[in-house]
Design a protein around this ligand. Structure first.
Ligand code: GDP
Ligand code: IMO
Ligand code: MG
Length: 420
């Protein structure tokens, strides 16, 4: 049986914290897509940790962690992260496994990402520049090097071939930065990677399922950044939705049970692209300040706005969300009034559907206002103590999107979560 935790907005919904919270209930936590563009924050004994490649179940000794075949893996980031988790006494050689099908990010992928973004000028995606797009292009272009290839004698020959292909592309972009230092650390990290556990992940995971074990699939990014269903072209390059669990881990759809969608009580986005409820005023600034909305991977300030229920309902639909975890409710504690977007006004017409190409349209959000809760919610642990104002806000969301908010996260701490 497989449950899923994934983001319903534009990423950074608090997935890391939520996966870490639920991980003790599972035998395996598996990342199914994305790469080091992800930054998943969690707290271990009050120490903040940001994970980019390793699943967020790694701090639970009885939980196995798997990097699935749908992930793109940067060995350099992985090595640094393994050192970090080792400093907490975690033995990655014991409870971290990597699919042989996982595609490798090589230094020239990062260079290509940078060159491509620079060439786009004002139209840039706002990529994290971790090489994600170029790595997935080599996957679909059938050129990629995969983790299992490290066991093959021709790895270096194939690396050189790929590098030459990339060099021609880089020359076209007139990219002339010296990446020798990147390559040096890459090969050091490759040697480290060889010392980790590689598995035939689809057999590994289905074997666990057959033995009655519980699997938690951890998503990166968010549904509105999905390559197919997000705000294209301002998206990432992988399947961030539930369907990505099947292709990223090799599990059949009927094995998936609960789909837990994570959404902030408001909304953020980092990078370029449409964001109908974005606030450019003091309220937006207040959300950024109170929510510490700065990217966990790049440190960039996140764009902030009210929760967008049109987009949230769409995300619940394409993911088959069975329950919602609403995070960062405490960030709204001091606001007099809250707003939720219940429709888009496009050319004078109100719609409740996400249109084909948001980026080409002027979208005016239609808001419904709610009174703020004006309470310190961060200290609440029991459902009985949740103020009516919070319950009313949640009820409206439940009704609008057609999926229940089952949990409210009320602080970054590991146990700051209320079961409704
Ligand atoms: P992820 O990418 O979805 O894992 O989210 P990030 O880690 O990038 O960003 C979420 C940020 O919000 C992190 O700094 C978390 O520590 C923090 N966070 C998570 N849940 C809550 C919450 O309920 N309240 C507050 N105040 N912060 C939270
Ligand atoms: P987590 O897992 C928020 C955004 C980037 C950019 C676009 C494409 O922490 O929620 P890419 O590097 O994939 O080429 O960037 O997607 N982006 C994220 N935004 N959270 C993330 O991950 C993101 N990963 C990518 O800012 O707009
Ligand atoms: Mg993040």
């Amino acid at each position: 049986m497989v449950d899923v935790i994934l983001g319903l907005q534009w990423g950074d919904e608090g997935k890391g914290k939520i996966v870490d919270y639920f991980a003790p209930n599972y035998d395996v936590v598996a990342r199914f897509q994305g790469g080091p563009n992800a930054g998943h924050t969690l707290y271990v004994n009050d120490t903040k940790v940001v994970l980019h490649q390793i699943p967020s179940g790694i701090f639970h000794q009885n939980t196995i962690n798997l990097i699935g075949g749908g992930v793109v893996l940067d060995p350099v980031t992985l090595k640094k992260e393994c050192d970090k988790v080792a400093s907490f006494g975690i033995d990655v050689k014991k409870n971290l496994f990597i699919s042989q099908r996982t595609n490798l990010i090589v230094p020239t992928h990062r260079a290509l990402d940078k060159a491509s973004e620079t060439a786009k000028g004002l139209d840039k995606i706002g990529s994290t520049l971790k090489g994600i797009g170029p790595a997935y292009m080599d996957k679909t272009g059938r050129n990629a090097l995969r983790v299992g290839d490290l066991l093959d004698k021709s790895f270096i020959t194939n690396y050189i071939k790929l590098r030459l292909k990339h060099q021609r592309l880089l020359d076209n972009f007139h990219f002339d930065e010296d990446i020798a230092a990147w390559e040096e650390e890459f090969f050091e990290a490759i040697e480290f990677l060889r010392s980790l556990n590689f598995v035939n992940a689809e057999y590994f995971i289905n074997g666990h399922i057959s033995n009655g074990k519980k699997i938690l699939a951890e998503g990166a990014q968010g549904s509105m950044l999905d390559i197919d269903f997000g705000t294209f072209p301002f998206v990432t390059s992988s399947s961030t939705i539930t369907a990505g669990v099947c292709t990223g881990l090799g599990v059949a759809p009927q094995k998936i049970k609960e789909v837990m969608g994570v959404s902030k009580a408001y909304c953020t986005r980092v990078g370029s692209g449409p964001f109908p409820t974005e606030l450019f005023d003091e309220t937006g600034e207040e959300l950024r300040k109170l929510g510490s909305e700065f990217g966990a991977t790049t440190g960039r300030p996140r764009r902030c706005g009210w929760i967008d229920l049109v987009a949230l309902k769409y995300a619940c639909m394409i993911n088959g969300v069975t329950q919602i975890v609403m995070t960062k409710a405490d960030v709204l504690d001091t606001f007099e009034e809250l707003k939720v977007c219940s429709a888009y006004n496009i050319n004078g017409k109100e719609v409740q559907e996400v249109p084909f190409q948001m980026s080409k349209l002027t979208i005016d959000p239609v808001y419904k206002a709610f009174p703020g809760w004006k309470t310190d919610t961060s200290v609440i642990s029991e459902k009985e103590n949740v103020p009516d104002t919070v319950n009313n806000y949640v009820s409206f969301i439940n009704q609008y999107v057609g999926a229940p908010v089952k949990y409210v996260s009320n602080g970054p701490g590991r146990n700051q979560i209320i079961t409704l």
